[in-house]
Design a protein around this ligand. Structure first.
Ligand SMILES: Nc1nc2c(ncn2[C@@H]2O[C@H](COP(=O)(O)OP(=O)(O)OP(=O)(O)O)[C@@H](O)[C@H]2O)c(=O)[nH]1
Ligand SMILES: [Mg+2]
Length: 233
Protein backbone atom coordinates (compact mmCIF):
# COMPACT_ATOMS: atom_id res chain seq x y z
CA UNK A 1 0.00 0.00 0.00
CA UNK A 2 1.17 3.53 -0.74
CA UNK A 3 0.31 6.92 0.77
CA UNK A 4 0.55 9.97 -1.52
CA UNK A 5 1.12 13.23 0.30
CA UNK A 6 0.17 16.33 -1.69
CA UNK A 7 1.77 19.52 -0.37
CA UNK A 8 0.50 22.73 -2.02
CA UNK A 9 3.03 25.52 -1.50
CA UNK A 10 3.18 29.24 -2.03
CA UNK A 11 6.09 31.09 -0.43
CA UNK A 12 6.79 28.64 2.39
CA UNK A 13 10.62 28.78 2.48
CA UNK A 14 10.64 29.06 6.28
CA UNK A 15 8.91 25.73 6.88
CA UNK A 16 8.90 23.54 3.77
CA UNK A 17 12.09 21.56 4.47
CA UNK A 18 11.05 20.90 8.07
CA UNK A 19 7.58 19.77 6.92
CA UNK A 20 9.14 17.36 4.41
CA UNK A 21 11.59 16.10 7.05
CA UNK A 22 8.71 15.43 9.45
CA UNK A 23 6.65 13.70 6.77
CA UNK A 24 9.59 11.50 5.82
CA UNK A 25 10.34 10.55 9.41
CA UNK A 26 6.82 9.24 10.10
CA UNK A 27 6.96 5.45 10.37
CA UNK A 28 3.95 3.81 8.75
CA UNK A 29 5.32 0.27 8.73
CA UNK A 30 4.91 -1.38 5.34
CA UNK A 31 3.04 1.58 3.84
CA UNK A 32 5.23 3.47 1.35
CA UNK A 33 5.12 7.25 1.00
CA UNK A 34 5.41 9.56 -2.00
CA UNK A 35 5.60 13.30 -1.40
CA UNK A 36 4.27 15.53 -4.16
CA UNK A 37 4.99 19.22 -3.65
CA UNK A 38 2.98 21.47 -5.97
CA UNK A 39 4.51 24.93 -5.99
CA UNK A 40 2.74 27.91 -7.55
CA UNK A 41 5.81 29.77 -8.75
CA UNK A 42 6.77 30.98 -5.26
CA UNK A 43 8.73 34.21 -5.29
CA UNK A 44 10.90 33.00 -2.40
CA UNK A 45 13.22 29.94 -2.26
CA UNK A 46 10.47 27.32 -1.78
CA UNK A 47 10.84 25.85 -5.30
CA UNK A 48 14.63 25.80 -5.07
CA UNK A 49 14.63 24.10 -1.67
CA UNK A 50 12.25 21.38 -2.86
CA UNK A 51 14.15 20.91 -6.13
CA UNK A 52 17.33 20.26 -4.18
CA UNK A 53 15.57 17.87 -1.80
CA UNK A 54 13.99 15.97 -4.69
CA UNK A 55 17.46 15.27 -6.11
CA UNK A 56 18.51 13.52 -2.90
CA UNK A 57 15.20 11.91 -2.02
CA UNK A 58 13.60 9.78 -4.72
CA UNK A 59 10.15 9.87 -3.13
CA UNK A 60 10.00 13.69 -3.18
CA UNK A 61 8.55 15.05 -6.42
CA UNK A 62 8.34 18.75 -7.29
CA UNK A 63 5.62 20.01 -9.61
CA UNK A 64 6.27 23.64 -10.59
CA UNK A 65 3.21 25.50 -11.80
CA UNK A 66 4.08 28.54 -13.88
CA UNK A 67 1.81 31.17 -15.49
CA UNK A 68 -1.26 29.24 -14.50
CA UNK A 69 -4.20 30.15 -12.32
CA UNK A 70 -2.77 30.08 -8.78
CA UNK A 71 -4.57 28.47 -5.87
CA UNK A 72 -4.48 25.73 -3.26
CA UNK A 73 -7.24 23.77 -4.99
CA UNK A 74 -5.67 24.04 -8.44
CA UNK A 75 -2.39 22.82 -6.95
CA UNK A 76 -4.13 19.83 -5.34
CA UNK A 77 -5.87 18.97 -8.62
CA UNK A 78 -2.55 19.05 -10.43
CA UNK A 79 -0.89 16.99 -7.68
CA UNK A 80 -3.62 14.40 -8.05
CA UNK A 81 -2.65 13.77 -11.68
CA UNK A 82 0.83 12.74 -10.46
CA UNK A 83 -0.21 10.59 -7.47
CA UNK A 84 0.23 6.84 -7.58
CA UNK A 85 -0.83 6.02 -4.02
CA UNK A 86 -3.90 4.16 -2.75
CA UNK A 87 -4.46 6.80 -0.07
CA UNK A 88 -4.10 10.55 -0.52
CA UNK A 89 -3.54 13.10 2.22
CA UNK A 90 -3.41 16.87 1.86
CA UNK A 91 -0.52 18.33 3.84
CA UNK A 92 -0.12 22.08 4.30
CA UNK A 93 3.43 23.36 4.01
CA UNK A 94 3.36 25.19 7.33
CA UNK A 95 3.70 23.57 10.73
CA UNK A 96 0.08 24.00 11.86
CA UNK A 97 -0.59 20.30 11.37
CA UNK A 98 1.60 17.47 12.65
CA UNK A 99 2.55 14.53 10.38
CA UNK A 100 2.85 12.39 13.53
CA UNK A 101 -0.95 12.18 13.25
CA UNK A 102 -0.74 10.22 9.95
CA UNK A 103 -1.06 6.85 11.70
CA UNK A 104 -4.45 7.62 13.15
CA UNK A 105 -5.57 9.53 10.07
CA UNK A 106 -5.04 6.66 7.66
CA UNK A 107 -6.03 3.82 10.02
CA UNK A 108 -9.77 3.87 9.17
CA UNK A 109 -8.96 3.66 5.42
CA UNK A 110 -6.31 0.96 5.89
CA UNK A 111 -8.77 -1.06 8.00
CA UNK A 112 -11.53 -0.63 5.44
CA UNK A 113 -13.75 1.19 7.95
CA UNK A 114 -13.93 4.43 5.92
CA UNK A 115 -12.88 5.93 2.60
CA UNK A 116 -12.69 9.56 3.75
CA UNK A 117 -11.13 10.74 7.03
CA UNK A 118 -10.91 14.29 8.37
CA UNK A 119 -8.58 15.22 11.22
CA UNK A 120 -10.59 17.29 13.68
CA UNK A 121 -9.00 20.06 15.72
CA UNK A 122 -12.06 20.24 17.95
CA UNK A 123 -12.26 16.75 19.47
CA UNK A 124 -9.43 16.93 22.00
CA UNK A 125 -9.59 20.69 22.57
CA UNK A 126 -12.49 23.13 22.82
CA UNK A 127 -10.33 25.94 21.40
CA UNK A 128 -7.42 24.76 19.20
CA UNK A 129 -4.04 26.26 20.12
CA UNK A 130 -3.35 29.77 18.68
CA UNK A 131 -6.58 29.79 16.67
CA UNK A 132 -7.72 33.40 16.24
CA UNK A 133 -11.31 34.04 17.30
CA UNK A 134 -12.32 34.94 13.72
CA UNK A 135 -11.03 31.61 12.46
CA UNK A 136 -12.64 29.84 15.43
CA UNK A 137 -16.04 31.33 14.60
CA UNK A 138 -15.68 30.60 10.90
CA UNK A 139 -14.61 27.00 11.55
CA UNK A 140 -17.48 26.37 13.95
CA UNK A 141 -20.03 27.94 11.60
CA UNK A 142 -18.76 26.03 8.55
CA UNK A 143 -19.17 22.71 10.38
CA UNK A 144 -22.62 23.75 11.62
CA UNK A 145 -23.73 24.72 8.10
CA UNK A 146 -22.31 21.49 6.63
CA UNK A 147 -24.24 19.39 9.13
CA UNK A 148 -27.45 21.35 8.55
CA UNK A 149 -27.25 21.14 4.75
CA UNK A 150 -25.85 17.65 4.30
CA UNK A 151 -27.18 15.74 7.36
CA UNK A 152 -23.66 14.98 8.61
CA UNK A 153 -22.24 15.16 12.13
CA UNK A 154 -18.73 16.51 11.68
CA UNK A 155 -16.89 18.88 14.00
CA UNK A 156 -14.22 20.31 11.65
CA UNK A 157 -15.23 20.78 8.02
CA UNK A 158 -12.39 23.22 7.22
CA UNK A 159 -9.55 21.10 8.59
CA UNK A 160 -6.40 20.97 6.49
CA UNK A 161 -5.98 17.25 7.20
CA UNK A 162 -8.28 15.54 4.72
CA UNK A 163 -7.53 11.96 3.75
CA UNK A 164 -9.13 10.02 0.91
CA UNK A 165 -8.94 6.65 -0.67
CA UNK A 166 -7.54 7.52 -4.08
CA UNK A 167 -10.58 6.13 -5.95
CA UNK A 168 -12.99 8.32 -4.01
CA UNK A 169 -11.06 11.56 -4.56
CA UNK A 170 -10.67 10.76 -8.26
CA UNK A 171 -14.39 10.13 -8.59
CA UNK A 172 -15.11 13.76 -7.73
CA UNK A 173 -14.95 16.56 -10.29
CA UNK A 174 -13.23 19.54 -8.70
CA UNK A 175 -13.72 23.02 -10.10
CA UNK A 176 -12.54 25.16 -7.17
CA UNK A 177 -9.42 27.32 -7.42
CA UNK A 178 -8.32 28.49 -3.99
CA UNK A 179 -9.32 27.55 -0.46
CA UNK A 180 -12.77 26.49 -1.67
CA UNK A 181 -11.25 23.03 -2.16
CA UNK A 182 -12.43 22.18 1.36
CA UNK A 183 -16.14 23.05 1.06
CA UNK A 184 -16.33 21.69 -2.50
CA UNK A 185 -14.87 18.33 -1.60
CA UNK A 186 -16.91 18.09 1.60
CA UNK A 187 -20.18 18.90 -0.16
CA UNK A 188 -19.55 16.53 -3.04
CA UNK A 189 -18.45 13.64 -0.79
CA UNK A 190 -21.48 13.98 1.46
CA UNK A 191 -23.86 14.37 -1.49
CA UNK A 192 -22.59 11.05 -2.81
CA UNK A 193 -23.64 9.50 0.49
CA UNK A 194 -20.03 8.81 1.53
CA UNK A 195 -19.43 9.07 5.28
CA UNK A 196 -16.68 11.34 6.60
CA UNK A 197 -14.94 9.69 9.54
CA UNK A 198 -13.25 12.08 11.96
CA UNK A 199 -10.22 11.42 14.16
CA UNK A 200 -8.64 13.82 16.69
CA UNK A 201 -5.49 15.66 15.62
CA UNK A 202 -3.15 18.18 17.19
CA UNK A 203 -2.90 21.71 15.79
CA UNK A 204 -0.98 24.91 16.45
CA UNK A 205 -2.27 27.87 14.42
CA UNK A 206 -0.11 30.46 12.71
CA UNK A 207 -1.02 34.05 11.92
CA UNK A 208 -0.75 36.35 8.87
CA UNK A 209 2.72 37.55 9.90
CA UNK A 210 3.85 33.92 9.94
CA UNK A 211 2.47 33.40 6.42
CA UNK A 212 -1.19 32.40 6.74
CA UNK A 213 -2.83 33.27 3.42
CA UNK A 214 -6.49 32.49 3.98
CA UNK A 215 -8.60 35.63 4.50
CA UNK A 216 -12.17 36.79 5.07
CA UNK A 217 -13.00 36.59 1.35
CA UNK A 218 -12.00 32.92 1.36
CA UNK A 219 -14.23 32.45 4.41
CA UNK A 220 -17.24 33.95 2.64
CA UNK A 221 -16.45 31.86 -0.43
CA UNK A 222 -16.43 28.74 1.76
CA UNK A 223 -19.96 29.43 3.07
CA UNK A 224 -21.19 30.20 -0.43
CA UNK A 225 -19.64 27.01 -1.83
CA UNK A 226 -21.37 24.84 0.78
CA UNK A 227 -24.70 26.48 -0.01
CA UNK A 228 -24.19 26.33 -3.79
CA UNK A 229 -23.49 22.58 -3.92
CA UNK A 230 -26.54 21.91 -1.80
CA UNK A 231 -28.57 23.07 -4.81
CA UNK A 232 -26.40 22.22 -7.83
CA UNK A 233 -24.21 19.22 -8.65
N1 LIG B 1 0.32 25.89 -4.70
C1 LIG B 1 -0.33 26.79 -3.93
N2 LIG B 1 -0.40 26.62 -2.61
C2 LIG B 1 -1.06 27.53 -1.86
C3 LIG B 1 -1.68 28.69 -2.43
N3 LIG B 1 -2.25 29.40 -1.42
C4 LIG B 1 -1.98 28.73 -0.28
N4 LIG B 1 -1.27 27.61 -0.54
C5 LIG B 1 -0.77 26.61 0.39
O1 LIG B 1 -1.88 26.02 1.02
C6 LIG B 1 -1.55 25.68 2.36
C7 LIG B 1 -2.55 26.33 3.32
O2 LIG B 1 -2.38 27.73 3.29
P1 LIG B 1 -2.45 28.60 4.62
O3 LIG B 1 -2.14 29.99 4.27
O4 LIG B 1 -1.64 27.96 5.67
O5 LIG B 1 -3.97 28.53 4.92
P2 LIG B 1 -4.77 28.00 6.17
O6 LIG B 1 -5.42 29.14 6.81
O7 LIG B 1 -3.96 27.10 7.01
O8 LIG B 1 -5.90 27.29 5.38
P3 LIG B 1 -6.42 25.83 5.25
O9 LIG B 1 -5.81 25.29 4.00
O10 LIG B 1 -7.91 26.00 5.09
O11 LIG B 1 -6.03 25.09 6.45
C8 LIG B 1 -0.12 26.15 2.58
O12 LIG B 1 0.76 25.08 2.36
C9 LIG B 1 0.07 27.20 1.50
O13 LIG B 1 1.40 27.38 1.10
C10 LIG B 1 -1.59 28.85 -3.86
O14 LIG B 1 -2.09 29.80 -4.44
N5 LIG B 1 -0.92 27.88 -4.54
MG1 LIG C 1 -1.98 26.89 7.29
Amino acid sequence: MKLSIIIPTLNEEATISEVIRRVESVNLGSIKKEIIVVDDDSSDRTGLIVKQLSKKHKNVILISRKSQLKGKSKAIQEGLTHCTGDIIIIQDADLEYDPDDYGRLIAPIVNGAASVVYGSRFIERKWPKNMAWGNFLANKSLSFLTNALYQSRITDEATGYKVFSSDVLRSITLTSVKFDFCPEVTAKILKKGIKIQEVPISYVGRNKQQGKKINIKDGIMAFWTLIKYHFVD
